[in-house]
Design a protein around this ligand. Structure first.
Ligand code: V3L
Length: 84
């Protein structure tokens, strides 16, 4: 069922919602209590680290962004996957 929780990643002035497929993948991994997994976003391999609540491109671990699990209304949402 859908409990309304979604996943967000950090922008400069707020939070972007992940695309629905990636958000669902993260939620499933979160519920399995797994900590780290990899996924492809826009053709780029990202590491999603649910222990430290960050994502980063596998090839560039310095480019970390915070990620967050929340309901839409709890955050200032900038848009979805870069689209306003
Ligand atoms: N989903 C979609 N695009 C992403 C994601 C993701 N999970 N992670 C990174 N990118 P990096 P402001 C973001 C994009 O972290 O003005 C936003 O979606 C990322 O896009 O070095 O700072 C906006 O489109 C960036 O273009 O791998 O809030 C844009 O930044 C690129 O991948 C500006 O947002 C490199 O990010």
């Amino acid at each position: 069922y859908d409990d309304g929780y979604q996943w967000f990643y950090e922008g400069r002035n707020g939070w972007w919602r992940y695309d629905p497929r990636t958000s669902e993948d993260i939620e499933n991994v979160y519920k399995l209590k797994k900590t780290v997994f990899e996924t492809i976003i826009c053709g780029i391999n990202y590491v999603i680290d649910l222990e430290n609540l960050v994502q980063y491109p596998k090839q560039n671990p310095t480019k970390k962004r915070f990620i967050k699990r929340a309901k839409n209304f709890e955050l200032n949402v900038l848009g979805e996957a870069g689209l306003k």
